[in-house]
Design a protein around this ligand. Sequence first.
Ligand SMILES: *[C@@H]1O[C@H](CO)[C@@H](O)[C@H](O)[C@H]1NC(C)=O
Ligand SMILES: *[C@@H]1O[C@H](CO)[C@@H](O)[C@H](O)[C@H]1NC(C)=O
Ligand SMILES: *[C@@H]1O[C@H](CO)[C@@H](O)[C@H](O)[C@H]1NC(C)=O
Ligand SMILES: *[C@@H]1O[C@H](CO)[C@@H](O)[C@H](O)[C@H]1NC(C)=O
Ligand SMILES: *[C@@H]1O[C@H](CO)[C@@H](O)[C@H](O)[C@H]1NC(C)=O
Ligand SMILES: *[C@@H]1O[C@H](CO)[C@@H](O)[C@H](O)[C@H]1NC(C)=O
Ligand SMILES: *[C@@H]1O[C@H](CO)[C@@H](O)[C@H](O)[C@H]1NC(C)=O
Length: 370
Amino acid sequence: MSLRQKNVVMSSTTPLIIALVLQQLLLLMAPSAVVGGTTIAGCPGNCGGVGIPYPFGIGAGCFRRGFEIICKNDAPFLAGSGADLIPISNLSFNPPEARVTLPIGWQCFNSSDKVDVYHDPNVDFNRDGMYRISHTRNHFVVLGCNALAYVGSQHRPGVVGSDDYDHVSYTGCLCYCNDSSSAVSGNCDGVGCCQVNIPPDITDNMVSFYSSSHKRNLNFSPCDYAFLVEKDNYTFSTADLRMDKNRTMPVRLDWAIRDNLTCSQARKTAAQVSGYACVSDNSDCHDSTNGPGYVCKCNKGYEGNPYIPNGCIGKFVNCYIPIRSRKKKLPLYNIMRYSDFFSSQTYFKFIQTNRKNSTILNTNPKFVKI
Ligand SMILES: *[C@@H]1O[C@H](CO)[C@@H](O)[C@H](O)[C@H]1NC(C)=O
Ligand SMILES: *[C@@H]1O[C@H](CO)[C@@H](O)[C@H](O)[C@H]1NC(C)=O
Ligand SMILES: *[C@@H]1O[C@H](CO)[C@@H](O)[C@H](O)[C@H]1NC(C)=O
Ligand SMILES: *[C@@H]1O[C@H](CO)[C@@H](O)[C@H](O)[C@H]1NC(C)=O
Ligand SMILES: *[C@@H]1O[C@H](CO)[C@@H](O)[C@H](O)[C@H]1NC(C)=O
Ligand SMILES: *[C@@H]1O[C@H](CO)[C@@H](O)[C@H](O)[C@H]1NC(C)=O
Ligand SMILES: *[C@@H]1O[C@H](CO)[C@@H](O)[C@H](O)[C@H]1NC(C)=O
């Protein structure tokens, strides 16, 4: 562990009292005492600056089934997305979300007022069915004049990879413009742009357009566009009535452990194949709020990753102890002391900082238990 080696070097150049503290800390840093990481030991903790917390992981043995991440040219992508590599900009377990980048859908009309070219944005990001489009964090936006588009949920909730849509729920909106000056940048209220909330349990980003005459607006709005997008990310501009067809949008996905089990069933199968996911002490299971399955959370008073052993640790913070080297007066490691309110355990959280300007370097701080 690089943290340990740095401390050894440091202790030889620091005053006695610091050396004693460090000595004590070194004793604490036997690997068996390290708790509260977010990745499985030996697995990459990040790719291109994006943290990869378990159940996500890169490479064999590092992820739970359905949560594989590909790190390609130092950028993370969802595995199982076939030819379409779906870029990831954030992964988290609290809340259980993945922020990804998805293409937009569009259709364009030609001079005979017929749909000439069309693009269904549907990409296969959900091979194992772990994801749902977050209905709380995204909405659906349609751009165009005399344009109607909608998204729908699949026939059987929990089953993906089927073309069988019968729209258990669907939602969309209609935009209209009287003429080229009707739409106003910044307003997405039905003139040139409309937006609508979406229901839960949407498994993919398929959109459907309804085609009605574009004769009146062919010269200023020949195409319709439709996309799911993170709320507050997209602001309508009239220039977007001719949006770049290659544009992509950030979308938040909710993930869950979707082994076809509820919490009460999952707890009973703990010992079985691909068993119960909430393996940390002081964690518990909560039924998913978007689609079937469950998620794990640390119990009240604890924080960390409930999906790995000893991932949840006491949250009661009482102080920071900066360790300074003798020559450079800036902290090498800031140590945050945690006391576990419930079991009277004490932990130290190592926050590695840049020597020159104290910028925090490690995005996944290690916790050390006494
Ligand atoms: C990733 O998402 C989590 C949870 O929403 C958030 O706390 C964190 O700041 C995000 N990280 C980045 C780099 O955006
Ligand atoms: C417009 O598109 C329709 C459908 O593809 C096609 O039949 C028609 O010939 C096209 N008209 C022109 C003028 O390109
Ligand atoms: C609607 O568009 C027509 C044709 O451009 C125009 O003559 C008319 O004034 C517009 N109506 C309104 C209310 O803007
Ligand atoms: C929207 O998301 C993109 C991609 O993450 C980001 O670059 C951009 O700053 C966001 N815009 C707003 C207004 O949040
Ligand atoms: C859009 O993507 C296609 C295929 O990757 C490419 O050929 C085209 O040049 C791109 N268009 C723009 C405007 O970037
Ligand atoms: C999942 O649950 C449904 C409904 O209870 C059941 O019909 C189906 O057989 C289950 N599938 C698996 C793989 O356990
Ligand atoms: C701190 O220093 C590092 C390396 O010298 C640099 O990459 C980083 O941008 C600096 N951060 C700030 C906030 O100045």
